[in-house]
Design a protein around this ligand. Structure first.
Ligand SMILES: [Zn+2]
Ligand SMILES: [Zn+2]
Ligand SMILES: [Zn+2]
Length: 135
């Protein structure tokens, strides 16, 4: 599964990449860089940052920036190819007001929005409320 993902995104298989990707697979919520660091036993910080950067560039993961400068990372849906420099997602970023966790929630179709005089590459929808565990 993990090896196939890396292959599909034309990323060379390294045990470190597999390890980092596994951390994302183990979480159903968006995670911070510090969460990845906590999950890895032994790592080089520069290599970790490079790995994250290449994952983002290849459309394997994406960065989520929420109000308050909260930055998290999450796996991309498989249809995200990130070819035109933009991630293709049909999901909403939901942040729970209580536990503050952020989840990527799939929606069948995002509303089509067009802005005169502006070219839209990506649309991100953020939602806030309470997750199943905090409701
Ligand atoms: Zn993506
Ligand atoms: Zn919650
Ligand atoms: Zn997402």
């Amino acid at each position: 599964m993990i090896e196939q993902l890396l292959k599909d995104k034309r990323l060379r298989l390294t045990s470190f990449r597999k390890e980092v990707l596994q951390v994302f697979m183990d979480n159903d919520k968006a995670i911070a860089v510090s969460d990845i660091e906590d999950a890895l036993n032994d790592f080089d910080r520069i290599t970790l940052y490079r790995t994250i950067k290449s994952f983002i560039e290849k459309g394997l993961i994406h960065e989520i920036v929420m109000p308050g400068d909260v930055k998290k990372l999450a796996l991309c849906p498989t249809e995200c190819h990130h070819e035109a420099g933009a991630h293709e997602h049909s999901h909403v970023h939901f942040q729970c007001k209580k536990c503050k966790e952020i989840f990527c929630v799939d929606v069948p179709a995002l509303p089509k929005i067009s802005l005169p005089n502006y070219q839209i590459d990506e649309i991100e929808i953020q939602a806030h409320g309470f997750c199943a565990g905090c409701r």
